[in-house]
Design a protein around this ligand. Sequence first.
Ligand SMILES: Nc1ncnc2c1ncn2[C@@H]1O[C@H](COP(=O)(O)OP(=O)(O)O)[C@@H](O)[C@H]1O
Ligand SMILES: [Mg+2]
Length: 262
Amino acid sequence: MTDLRTQLENKEVFATELTDIWKSFDGGNSFVIKGLDLKIPKGSLTAIIGFSGTGKSVILKHILGLHRPTKGSIKVLDHELGKMTDQELVVFRRKFGVLFQSAALFDDMTVLENVCFPLIEHTPLKQEKIIEVAQEKLMQVGLAAAHFNKLPSEISGGMQKRTGLARALALDPEIIFYDEPTTGLDPILTEMVDDLIVETHKSRPGTTSIMISHDLAAAFKIADFVAMLDAGQVLLSGPPEVFFNTDIDLVKRFVNKGMKLQ
Ligand SMILES: Nc1ncnc2c1ncn2[C@@H]1O[C@H](COP(=O)(O)OP(=O)(O)O)[C@@H](O)[C@H]1O
Ligand SMILES: [Mg+2]
C-alpha cells in the first residue's frame, strides 16, 4: 500500500528525465553530449546554464524530440521518446511551447494571424473560436488589441517577443521552452522578458518552464531549479543555493564571473 502510494506520488514528479545521454553527430566517436543525466522537476522554472558550446541547445532539441540520442533514455511527461515514431513525436510536440532567441514570427502575417497559426494547424476549432483564443493569449502576455492587426515589422522588439510567447502558449503547452530569450536585448527589454517569463510561469500552475540562459543573475533570480552543463555533461544541478555553496571550482568561477559581468 505504502509502496503503491509512493509510486503514485512519484509519478510525473519530473517533467523530463534524461539518463546517460550520449550524442555524436558524425556517427563516430566525437561526442558532444557525454553521459548526461538530468531530471527536471515538474512545475519548476528551470534554467540551464553553461559556457557557449557546452550542449545546452542540443539537449533542448533532444527533449523536444528534434534530435535522437546516440545512446540513452529520454522521458518527457512520462513518455519514453525513444519508443515513439517521428510521426508520434510531431503529435507529442503539441504539449510544448517554444520561444527561440529571435521570436521567429511569420513576417507576412499579422500579430493575430501568427498566434492563430498553431491553432489552425493543430486544432479542429472553428475560425471564430480560434480568433477568440488567439486574442486571449495576446492579452495574457500584455499586448494591446490596437496591435493585433499589425505586421511584426510594425511593432517593437518587445512586442515581437510578446507575440512569439503568445504563439508558444496558443495550445496551452505543458512545458514551455525558452532558448536564450534575452540574448542580444538591451537591459530594459531583458528585464521585461524575464518578468514575462516569471508571470507566465506563475499564472499557469503545473506548467514546467525550461529556459536556457547566459544571463546568470537572471537565471538565479527567477529560476527555482538550475542545471549547469559543461562539455556535454551536467556539472551541478539543484536549487540556486547549491551553486553558491559548492566546492566545484569550475562552477565557482563561472558563477563569480557571470555575476560580475551583470
Ligand atoms: N546539428 C549539429 N551538427 C553537428 N554538431 C552540432 C550540431 N548542433 C550542435 N553541434 C555541436 O554541439 C556542440 C554543442 O552545441 P550547442 O548545444 O549549440 O551549444 P550551446 O551550449 O552554446 O547551446 C557544439 O560543439 C556544436 O558545434
Ligand atoms: Mg545554444
